[in-house]
Design a protein around this ligand. Structure first.
Ligand SMILES: [Zn+2]
Length: 313
């Protein structure tokens, strides 16, 4: 919520003339009569916003992000949208691009333009698509990432359902950068896997609105927040004994000469990962790894115990 409130302040300041104009329209009936072709935004806010009182100053972006199922979205700064460079190529993907952009920025369309639009709901869905695609780009910027980090730390994206991830926070992630192919998924930085959101209200949110790059770029930029790929020594779930033994020999040999590493310690996540893996049992006995139905997840979840070992992978 904190990020919502903060972000809401910025567009408000930029929007002051329009906001006060709208308030006058709503307060005084005569003013409304003066402008018979009312902006279609007013209709949308009136029909779809849950509480009319207090929504006078709500921008389209704030309204969109407050809808149920849109909890993962950050509020894109209007200055980002107003920079044409950031929208390069999107006009080819979004029908009624100009009208959709005006709706997002709360710009009242010229009268002749609003008469051309066959149905406001078409522009509305175009605006959602356009906002989503802008959002995909925005959350890769410094400001966008910071907003998403605030939401991540506040648990807005939820937590990993895997037991041994101990409710590690997850990040929204798309499986495609093009819209209409798949819905949003959740990426867990601890087990490095993708999950379906638990609530069905997210099953209609396009994954392209978050994109395939976002969680992984965030991990590169905010290492303090994420678990390391290297397991702490002696942890269950880290490398098997044999490999570990080999590791000790190697590190003692390398003590004297300078070590050339392709991966530097500062490139790793700073947090200690949860490394335990599930052990299937029958009547209390572990199922053998060599059994046809034997566990495979141990190997899948294996982490190296040192940088040297990681370098050799
Ligand atoms: Zn996980």
């Amino acid at each position: 919520m904190a990020s919502n409130i903060r972000a809401r302040d910025d567009p408000l300041e930029a929007e002051l003339p329009y906001v006060s104009g709208e308030q006058i329209e709503e307060d005084e009936e005569e003013e409304e009569e003066d402008i018979p072709v009312g902006a279609y935004e007013d209709e949308i806010y009136e029909s779809e916003s849950p509480s009319e009182s207090g929504t006078e100053s709500l921008t389209w972006i704030s309204w969109f992000c407050s809808l149920p199922g849109h909890e993962y979205f950050a509020e894109v700064g209007e200055d980002f949208i107003e920079d044409d460079f950031n929208l390069t190529g999107l006009n080819a993907l979004v029908p009624f691009y100009k009208e959709a952009l005006e709706m997002i920025l709360d710009v009242e369309p010229p009268e002749e333009d609003s008469l051309k639009i066959p149905d406001v709901s078409i522009v509305e869905s175009s605006a959602e698509l356009l906002y989503g695609l802008i959002h995909q780009r925005y959350i890769l910027t410094r400001h966008g990432m910071q907003q998403m980090v605030d939401k991540y730390e506040a648990g807005h994206f939820g937590y990993c359902p895997r037991v041994f991830c101990h409710s590690h926070p997850v990040l929204p992630c798309g499986r495609s950068d093009l819209p209409g192919l798949d819905t949003v998924k959740l990426f867990c930085p601890n087990c490095v896997d993708n999950y379906s959101p638990p609530s069905s209200r997210f099953h209609g949110v396009d994954g392209a609105f978050f994109g395939t790059t976002f969680p992984h770029l965030l991990y590169q930029c905010y290492r303090d927040l994420f678990p390391s790929v290297v397991a702490p020594k002696g942890e269950a779930g880290s490398s098997a004994g044999g490999v570990d033994g080999e590791e000790h020999v190697d590190s003692s040999q390398q003590h004297d000469k300078p070590v050339h590493r392709t991966i530097q310690p500062e490139q790793l996540g700073k947090r200690i990962p949860y490394t335990r893996t599930y052990t299937p049992k029958i009547y209390g006995f572990k199922v053998s790894e060599y059994a046809k139905t034997g566990p495979r997840m141990k190997w899948m979840r294996l982490r190296p115990t040192s940088l040297d070992q990681l370098d050799r992978v």
